[in-house]
Every structure is written in C-alpha cells, then in structure tokens.
Design a protein around this ligand. Structure first.
Ligand code: ACO
Length: 323
C-alpha cells in the first residue's frame, strides 16, 4: 500500500521575542490577563524586512536536512499561509526558486489556522495517487502584519513563525496500511465567516485589512468542532484515544487545547503544547509544535500522532499519522 510518511521536520522562529510585559507597554493589558486566558507568555515577531517566504525557506531547509534529502528531490511544495509575501504569485514559488528547484509544482493553500492540515491532506493525496513522490508541506505566517496593534482583544494572541515537513512516498509491506499518514479529515462551514476574519483584501477593499474576531464564539465552536474531528479520525481507524501516543493540536490557546484533551479524556502528558512561547502562529503552529517534539525526542518513529486544527471560515480538520 502506497502511503506518505513524514521523514523530516523543521521550524523557524524570528529572533525578536516580545513578552506580555512588552505588550502591556503598547496596549491596556497585563501578563496575568494574557497568561490566564490563553497560556501565552511570549511570541516572536518578524523583522520589518523578513517576509513569510524567508520564514518558510528557513523551516523548509531544516526539514530537508532532517530528512537527509537534497532539495531537487522535491516535486511538490504546498505552502499554507494567510499572509503571503504578495497577492500573487504564490509565495510557494518563491520558496521553490530559493531552493533552486525548477521542476514539479508549488502553490499556496489558504485555510487560515487549519492550513497545515489541509495542505498535508492535499500532499498526501498527491502521493497516494502517484502524482508526487516527495513533498514539502510548509505552514508559514507573518501574522503581525495583519494585526491591529491598537486592538488588545486580538494583538496579544498571535505571533510569526514557520514549520515544515518532508513527506515521502513509501510502499508498505503486504496489505498493511499502518504506516505514514493513515487518514485526514477536513471540514468547512462558511456561515461563520465574520466570527474570525480579516476586514480587508484585494477584491473587497483593495487593502490588506486587520484580523477581527468574536473571541468567545470562536472558543465555543473550536472546542466542539475539534473534539468531533478528533473522534472522526479515531473512529475511521477503529482506534480510541487510549491508542494515541501524542496529540499535536493547533497552538491557539491553552484553554482550547486543554478543553479538547479533557473531552477526549486524554492526559495532558500526551499533548504537545508550545503556545506559551510563540502564541498563535496560524498555519505554522502544528509543524512548529511537531518539529519541537520530534527534535527533543518526545515523538519517536512508530508513534501514533493525532494532529488537529480549527480556523477562520470556519475550517477544521485532523490527521492521524504513524511517524
Ligand atoms: N487584556 C486585558 N483585558 C482584555 C484583553 C486584553 N488583551 N482583551 C480583552 N480584554 C477584556 C475585555 O475587554 C473584557 O472586558 P469587559 O468585561 O470589561 O468587557 C474582558 O477582558 C473579557 O473579555 P472576553 O472576550 O469575554 O474574554 P474571554 O474570557 O472570552 O477571553 C479570548 C478572550 C482569550 C480571546 C477567548 O475568547 C479565546 O481564547 N477565544 C478563542 C480565540 C482564539 O484562540 N482565536 C484564534 C484563532 S481561532 C483558532 O485558532 C482556534
């Protein structure tokens, strides 16, 4: 059975670290408020000259190194981002060019905070169908560029960063399908567009706009939808939460993550949590958390890992992966 396996992970965070205390100098907030409601202590912000493609490229290079493959083996690049360098071309093509790749296909994918799961699912399908052999799946964001730095209800929540994985085609033994990406589950429901959105864009306003969010509503939907999509992944594979070695959730908010783990009766010891030191980095957060846990030795080859995310749209999804 042909499957795609994650053979390398990498991440990149910009150098500039901004703490909650730093933010309290800019808007009416406090370290206590931010820590208690979100679990976030600091975030990294890109330098003015640093673009999403720069972050993506740094993470991609580390993922390629970790996989031990040369860039020219890559025949598919999918970059999940909400903050592309330019309206077009796709930022993925810039990454492709910087890596010196002139064959294959590179494109961006937009599903906000669920972007990495959506991109992983698309890349997995390319590989299963034999349309690609080696994919780079990247989540990269400079969310700081679309924040309203006067709005304390949103600007304290987000940060910049990038994460990437290398996916490679692998033929399993006999009929066994228990290797690589086992299944992915994607959803969207556009009725909730304006609960979490950017109030600008090329077609609607010819401007970039800023993130707007109805926080409590988003919170309520997030815990419900995430629990559903995690159960969907387990049931599709005849597994229970007890079979999971690690949950790697989208890092939006400690309370959403803990609420989801509680609903699943999953111990927080099995949950990778990195939101405290990079805030919500949208599409970058899952590969950032995954890379951290793989490189510090928590996640090992053979572990069963469940990824999940929810974001604007709404969009939400999960992926069950045998590492
Ligand atoms: N500092 C201090 N006070 C603040 C701040 C701040 N940064 N922001 C809001 N407040 C105030 C509000 O003005 C309000 O004051 P009031 O009672 O005088 O009106 C009070 O704090 C409570 O505000 P709420 O919005 O009710 O606070 P809540 O407990 O809901 O927490 C939060 C807000 C953290 C945004 C929460 O709703 C949340 O986590 N929502 C999910 C949002 C999220 O993670 N989105 C990310 C994208 S979606 C995703 O990735 C899943």
């Amino acid at each position: 059975v042909r499957r795609s396996r994650i053979t390398g992970c990498g991440s990149y965070l910009p150098q500039n670290v901004v703490t909650n205390q730093d933010l309290a100098q800019r808007v009416d907030t406090s370290d206590d408020w931010i820590t208690q409601r979100t679990g976030i202590r600091s975030r990294h912000l890109a330098a003015p000259t640093e673009k999403t493609s720069d972050l993506a490229l740094a993470a991609a290079r580390k993922a390629l190194d970790h996989a031990g493959i040369a860039a020219d083996q890559v025949d598919l690049i999918i970059l999940a981002t909400t903050t592309p360098d330019h309206t077009f071309p796709a930022t993925a093509t810039r990454v492709q060019a910087e890596l010196g790749i002139t064959h294959g296909v590179a494109f961006d994918l937009q599903a906000v905070c669920s972007g990495f799961i959506f991109a992983l699912s698309v890349a997995d399908n390319f590989i299963r169908l034999g349309q690609a052999k080696t994919a780079l799946v990247i989540g990269a964001e400079t969310f700081s560029r679309i924040l309203d730095w006067e709005d304390r209800t949103t600007c304290v929540l987000f940060g910049d960063g990038a994460g990437a994985v290398v996916l490679q085609a692998e033929e399993g033994e006999g009929t066994s399908a228990d290797h690589g990406i086992l299944s992915t589950h994607l959803h969207s429901d556009g009725r909730h567009y304006e609960l979490l959105w950017v109030d600008g864009g090329p077609s609607a306003t010819q401007s970039t706009g800023h993130v707007r969010m109805v926080g409590q509503e988003v919170f309520r939907h997030a815990v419900t939808r995430l629990s559903e999509v995690v159960v969907e992944a387990l049931e599709a594979n005849n597994l229970t939460a007890a079979d999971i070695d690690w949950l790697v959730p989208h890092q939006a908010n400690k309370r959403i993550i803990e609420g989801t783990a509680r609903k699943l009766k999953l111990s927080t010891d099995k949950v990778v949590m990195t939101v405290d030191h990079h805030g919500n980095t949208s599409a970058a957060s899952i590969p950032l958390a995954l890379a951290e846990a793989v490189h510090d030795g928590r996640i090992k080859r053979g572990d069963l890992v469940l990824l999940e995310a929810m974001g604007g749209g709404f969009t939400w999804g999960s992926a069950l992966v045998r590492m």
